[in-house]
Structures are given as structure tokens and as C-alpha cells.
Design a protein around this ligand. Structure first.
Ligand SMILES: NC(=O)C1=CN([C@@H]2O[C@H](COP(=O)(O)OP(=O)(O)OC[C@H]3O[C@@H](n4cnc5c(N)ncnc54)[C@H](O)[C@@H]3O)[C@@H](O)[C@H]2O)C=CC1
Ligand SMILES: O=C(O)[C@H]1O[C@H](OP(=O)(O)OP(=O)(O)OC[C@H]2O[C@@H](n3ccc(=O)[nH]c3=O)[C@H](O)[C@@H]2O)[C@H](O)[C@@H](O)[C@@H]1O
Length: 464
């Protein structure tokens, strides 16, 4: 099928950047990104392109180039669906918070709503592309809804999971390790649909980086990739605790191990724990799927990655309390960073939230600075945990715009996100203005130990 119009449902961290790049690279295709969230769409359409709702290096330039030419953001979902030959579903698939599978399974209600809307609105044949991360065999459910409630329209379902990482989304989209497309490759219509999507990506991705498989392999590969990545972080974090007991240094261990080409050096950075909207959610989903097939050993194996991560966040916070003479009650603790990693304003499942929650339970007073995260987001994250009243969260946590306000008169400062700017702060000034002993906790292994100790800090870093 010759694709002239693409619709993407979901203008979030994946839908927005992915479609912006498709529009930039395929000027002859009209790309419309739709969402039920009016505020988000308004922000994507903001005259000042720096105000688009997602911060990603390089993204605003691409939006500036394509927006209004062949890239559009709209809340008119029906019109965009009807016009498109190809529809990407890029809505959120969070962990279920109710009913069967609560706390583990993926909540597919937004996916189902999209399918029902597509079925209701479509008057011409469509290729429906799963861009969201989904449990293996979701395409079957989609097909079922579309063909049983549709108007006699033909649908092809493709799986095209997204592997971009936040903070490097544009880079990852422009130069992906691979693009994965799963389809019904046993039928001519299925092969045609796969080819249509291959043709879109072939505008800028080398052919041998575009991989086609059956739908189920594609769906499962996405969960597998995230499980493997998160497993590496939990593996090195497990070693970080052993390093702290033995005098080994986790960065040296990671380097030595990573130089083995079979292991590789990437994704071996010890930290206060992985965050982000997907690793935990996708592994829980994998565990749930394995359990639902009665594969308990498989489920337990992968669940350990999450348990290790929870332990890492908890032990970082517990170590702070222990080091501060077993109490942080009424003490000012400065947080540098709140986002789940640098170069993003996303805070979903950020380790900082859980460390803060732990310290608040110990009656600490927390002051937060993050270069990209807004005050209301910090409160929303803490309120979401439901550990204490909203009023209490606002009383005990302050969010400031100047990092030196975080550190002034603080009993301890903790680095929770690896923003580059933290390295260049005036650490002598920070030391001078802190209460003594001045405790510094590096949850990201990003600060240089010797110079901090020379200034006088009591320095603690993960894994050394
Ligand atoms: N955030 C990431 O880095 C990555 C996410 N993914 C996957 O991509 C999917 C989307 O993730 P994000 O973009 O982070 O989510 P997000 O929450 O940022 O965006 C999803 C958007 O979908 C909209 N939406 C939900 N239901 C809708 C409906 N029925 N009609 C219209 N709009 C609707 C929401 O309003 C929201 O703006 C998830 O399945 C996630 O696992 C995959 C790779 C990377
Ligand atoms: O499905 C998804 O949502 C995406 O999840 C991750 O991307 P993302 O969560 O954006 O960011 P990562 O760079 O993977 O970092 C995840 C977390 O692990 C932490 N991390 C990562 C690497 C490392 O060595 N150590 C470490 O602690 C990061 O600080 C962060 O908190 C994957 O890297 C993407 O391929 C995938 O598409």
C-alpha cells in the first residue's frame, strides 16, 4: 500500500518524537499525531517550539522543520483515523492498578479503546501498527476487536516496538540499532503491509537494519530487550553492594568485565537503581505472562531483577540514615536531580521518588533541585505514592530553582540524577555553606572522590 497519511494515536514520549522523525524524513507523507489530552496537544502546537511538552535534545529543531508542513498535532482523532492508511497506536500501557493481574499485568484498556475507535470510524482499509509495548499475542486481541466490530474494512496488524531511550530519543530514532517489524508474513496481504512500513523506515534506515519477523516474535522481543537491559543494571548493582564490603570498586569491576567482547561495556553503570516508565512495568508484565503459562521458574528468575532494584533504592536511603548518626529527623537533606536519568524531564519511577519517600518516613526535610523537572511534578510523584497527605508532602519537601539553595545549611546532599552540570558546581562553596560534617552521597558515581574528600566532604558513592 502506498502510504500518504499516517495517524499516530498518543502524543507522548514515544508518539511525539517518533512521528516528528518520520515526518522529517518522509516529507511526502502527512503525519498527524492525535491525543485525548488537549493540554498536551496545545503544547505540541505552541508557537514557541521550545515549549513542546517533551524535552529531548534535538527534538525542537525537528518539530520546527516539519510542523505545519507535513507534521500536525490534533485532538480530532476521528478525522485523523479516517484519513490515514496507516495508524500507529502509541498510547500508554501502564501496570494494572486494579482487578486481576493488579500490580503486574499491563493495563490494556487504552489500547482497546483505540481499537474500538478505529473500528467505529474507519471507512477504508487500514494498517494498524502496535508501537506501544504490549504483551505477546495482543495483536490477536486487536484483530478480534477490529474485525468483529468494524464496518467490513480490512485490517492488517503489525508490531513495531520502539527501542528509543529517553534523553537520546532523537539520536536513537535517526540511527537505530535496528527497526523491528512483525507481521502476518504467511499471507500476501500481511507481507504487503510489512513492506509498506519497511518503505517508510527505508527513507533513512539502512535495509539491513530493518528486521522483519512474525508478530509474536516482535511483541516478545521488546519485552525481552527491556528485561535484558534492566538485568544488566541489577547485576552490576548487586556487585556494587559486594564492592562496598570488600574494597573493590564497581567502576573498575565494570570496566574489567565489560572489556570482554562477549559481555560488552554498555549498561554496566552502577546506580541508585533504574527508573523510567518501562523497565519495571515490562518486567512485571513478563513475569505475569510467564506465571499465566505456569512457568514459575521463568517468572521468579525475572522477578529477581525488580527485587534487586528495590533493594538498591532502599539500601541507598538506609545508608544515608545510618551515616547521619541514625537519624535524619528534622534534618535538611538536599537532592540534586529528580528525573530518572539525565537529559529528560521524565520522572516516572525515578529512584529519587523512592529515596525521598523513605527519608520522609524518617522525618527528613527535603529540598530538591532538578534542571528540567517542575515543582508540581515532584509533588505529583510523591502524592501518587499515597504514603502521607498532600499537605504533609508540601510542608516537608521544597523544590527550588537554584542548586545552591539545595545545599545551603544541608546536613547531607545526595546526587540522584547524573546531570552533567552537577560536576561543574562550586563544590568548595557548597562545602562551606553546608552543616558539618558535610555528607555527600553520590548515587550515580559521577563525582570525583579525591577532590571532594580534599575539600572536606564525608563522601559516599555507590559501589566503592
Ligand atoms: N517512554 C519511552 O521511552 C518508551 C515507551 N515505550 C512504550 O510506548 C508506549 C507509550 O509510552 P509513552 O509515550 O512513554 O507514554 P505517554 O504516557 O507519554 O503517552 C501516551 C499518550 O497516549 C494518550 N492516550 C491514551 N489513551 C488514548 C486514547 N484512547 N486516545 C488518544 N490518546 C490516548 C495519553 O493521553 C498520552 O498522552 C508504552 O507502551 C511504552 O511502554 C516504548 C519505548 C520507549
Ligand atoms: O521501553 C522503553 O521505555 C525504553 O526503556 C529503556 O530506555 P529508558 O528507560 O528511556 O532509559 P535507559 O537509558 O534505559 O535507562 C533506564 C534506567 O536505568 C538506569 N541505568 C541505565 C544504564 C546503566 O548502566 N545504569 C543505570 O542505572 C538509568 O539511569 C535509568 O534510570 C531502554 O533503554 C530503551 O531501549 C527502551 O525503548
Amino acid at each position: 500500500m502506498n502510504i500518504k497519511n499516517i495517524c499516530c494515536i498518543g502524543a507522548g514520549y514515544v508518539g511525539g518524537p517518533t512521528m516528528a522523525v518520520i515526518a522529517q524524513k518522509c516529507p511526502e507523507i502527512n503525519v498527524t499525531v492525535v491525543d485525548i489530552n488537549e493540554k498536551r496537544i496545545a503544547a505540541w502546537n505552541d508557537e514557541n517550539v521550545e515549549n513542546i511538552p517533551i524535552y529531548e535534545p534535538g527534538l525542537s529543531d525537528i518539530v520546527k522543520e516539519a510542523r505545519g508542513r507535513n507534521l500536525f498535532f490534533s485532538t480530532d482523532i476521528d478525522a485523523a483515523i479516517d484519513r490515514a492508511e496507516m495508524i500507529f497506536i502509541s498510547v500508554n500501557t501502564p501496570t494494572k492498578t486494579y482487578g486481576i493481574g493488579k500490580g503486574m499485568a499491563a493495563d490494556l484498556k487504552y489500547i482497546e479503546l483505540c481499537a474500538r475507535q478505529i473500528a467505529r470510524v474507519s471507512t477504508t482499509d487500514k494498517i494498524v501498527v502496535e508501537k506501544s509495548t504490549l504483551p505477546v499475542r495482543t495483536a490477536e486481541t486487536l484483530k478480534n476487536i477490529l474485525t468483529n466490530t468494524g464496518n467490513g474494512v480490512n485490517y492488517q496488524i503489525l508490531s513495531n516496538p520502539e527501542f528509543l531511550a529517553e534523553g537520546t530519543a532523537v539520536e536513537d530514532l535517526l540511527d537505530p540499532d535496528r527497526v523491528l517489524i512483525g507481521g502476518d508474513i504467511d499471507t500476501e496481504a500481511g507481507k504487503d503491509a510489512v513492506q509498506s512500513l519497511v518503505d517508510v523506515y527505508a527513507h533513512w534506515v539502512e535495509k539491513d537494519h530493518i528486521l522483519t519477523t512474525n508478530v509474536w516474535s516482535s511483541e516478545l522481543s521488546k519485552l525481552t530487550a527491556n528485561a535484558f537491559l534492566a538485568q544488566r543494571v541489577s547485576s552490576i548493582n548487586a556487585m556494587s553492594e559486594l564492592c562496598e564490603k570488600t574494597g573493590a570498586d564497581v567502576n573498575e569491576v565494570a570496566k574489567a568485565v565489560g572489556m570482554d567482547s562477549r559481555i560488552g561495556s554498555k549498561f554496566l553503570k552502577a546506580s541508585v537503581g533504574f527508573g523510567g516508565s518501562c523497565f519495571q512495568k515490562d518486567i512485571l508484565n513478563l513475569v505475569y505472562i510467564a506465571k499465566s503459562f505456569g512457568l514459575n521458574e521463568v517468572a521468579n528468575y525475572w522477578e529477581q531483577v525488580i527485587l534487586m532494584n528495590d533493594h538498591q533504592k532502599r539500601r541507598f536511603a538506609a545508608n544515608m540514615v545510618r551515616t547521619l548518626f541514625n537519624t535524619v529527623s528534622g534534618k535538611k537533606i538536599g537532592f540534586l536531580g529528580w528525573a530518572f536519568k539525565k537529559d529528560t524531564n521524565d520522572t516516572r519511577e525515578s529512584a529519587a521518588i523512592y529515596v525521598a519517600d523513605y527519608l520522609l518516613n524518617e522525618q527528613a526535610e527535603i529540598v530538591v533541585y532538578d534542571p528540567k523537572v517542575k515543582e508540581e511534578q515532584v509533588y505529583a510523584d510523591l502524592d501518587y505514592l499515597n504514603t502521607r497527605s498532600e499537605e504533609e508532602n508540601r510542608k516537608r519537601v521544597k523544590v527550588v530553582k537554584d542548586p545552591y539553595e539545595v545545599t545551603k545549611e544541608a546536613h547531607a546532599v545526595a546526587v540522584l540524577t547524573e546531570w552533567d552540570e552537577f560536576k561543574d558546581y562550586d563544590w568548595q562553596k557548597i562545602y562551606d555553606e553546608m552543616l558539618k560534617p558535610a555528607f555527600l552521597f553520590d548515587g550515580r558515581r559521577m563525582l570525583e572522590r579525591k577532590s571532594k574528600e580534599k575539600i572536606g566532604f564525608e563522601f559516599y558513592a555507590i559501589g566503592s
